[in-house]
Structure formats: structure tokens, C-alpha cells
Write a protein that binds this ligand. Structure first.
Ligand code: FE
Length: 147
């Protein structure tokens, strides 16, 4: 296993699988973008757990093609982060969704814009080699796989 370290993250690499830890109090999406840039991963999948104390969620409204956004500032269990990495216009693009547990054991969920670690953030990133591309859909404006 190869040990790796970047800006606000550390990782273990075994083949095409990375075990990633994001430092406490750091921004998950910004750090994952740095991880992807440093490792050169162009496509793959991401899963993770941890805890955050601030999150910006988005919700897609198909009727107007826009995302509404909301910030939550409270301690939350990151019960699941799920996402993918693909190439958009030649650059790796992260698409992340998140489910968060509140202090009253209800859940918040949505498209993840950004979140701040409060405790730990433990991720597995599975790389896939080859061209996995997305393009902007001409009608709904979403980034859609183009195989
Ligand atoms: Fe999404």
C-alpha cells in the first residue's frame, strides 16, 4: 500500500482503490477536488461516512432547471456520502450526494455543494481507468453520461 498526503487529506492507495481521510474542520468538496487533481483520477466512485457541522445542500427543480440552495449549521452525522467522478470538457467533475443524521435522529439529504468536517471524514474512492465522460444535456442543462 502506498501512503499519500495532500492539502487537508491523507490516503492509502491499493491498486485502483484509495482510502481517504479528510482533516477535521476542512471543506469536503474542495478537499476532494484537490485529491482528484493530485492523484490524476479522471473517473470513479466515492462512498463515505463521517460528521459535519455545516453543509450546503442543493435541490434540483426540473420545472425551471434550477437548483435551490440551503445552508444548515448544526452537528450532523454523515451517514452516507455517495458520488461519482467523470470527465466534463476534459476536466474531472465530482457529483456528490449526501445523507445526514440530525440530533433528533431524522435525516437531511440532497445534492452536496459543500460541507465542513466536524470530527472525521472517511472515504473510499474507487478509480476506473478509461474515458468516462459527461456532457451538458442540451435540454435540461444537467451533466449527463455520454457513452
Ligand atoms: Fe446531484
Amino acid at each position: 500500500m502506498e501512503k499519500m498526503k495532500g492539502k487537508n487529506w491523507s490516503a492509502l492507495k491499493e491498486g485502483y482503490l484509495f482510502v481517504v481521510s479528510i482533516d477535521d474542520k476542512e471543506a469536503i468538496v474542495a478537499t476532494l477536488n484537490d485529491f482528484v487533481a493530485q492523484t490524476g483520477i479522471k473517473a470513479g466512485s466515492i462512498i463515505g461516512i463521517g460528521a459535519v457541522n455545516q453543509v450546503t445542500l442543493k435541490f434540483y427543480e426540473p420545472e425551471n432547471g434550477e437548483y435551490k440552495e440551503k445552508v444548515f449549521t448544526e452537528q450532523l452525522e454523515m451517514t452516507n456520502l455517495t458520488g461519482n467522478i467523470a470527465l466534463l470538457n476534459g476536466e474531472p467533475l465530482l457529483h456528490l450526494h449526501i445523507t445526514l443524521g440530525r440530533g433528533d435522529y431524522t435525516a437531511l439529504a440532497g445534492h452536496l455543494e459543500e460541507a465542513i468536517v466536524s470530527g472525521a471524514c472517511e472515504l473510499y474512492v474507487q478509480e476506473i481507468r478509461g474515458e468516462v465522460k459527461k456532457d451538458v444535456h442540451p435540454e435540461n442543462g444537467l451533466n449527463i453520461y455520454t457513452f
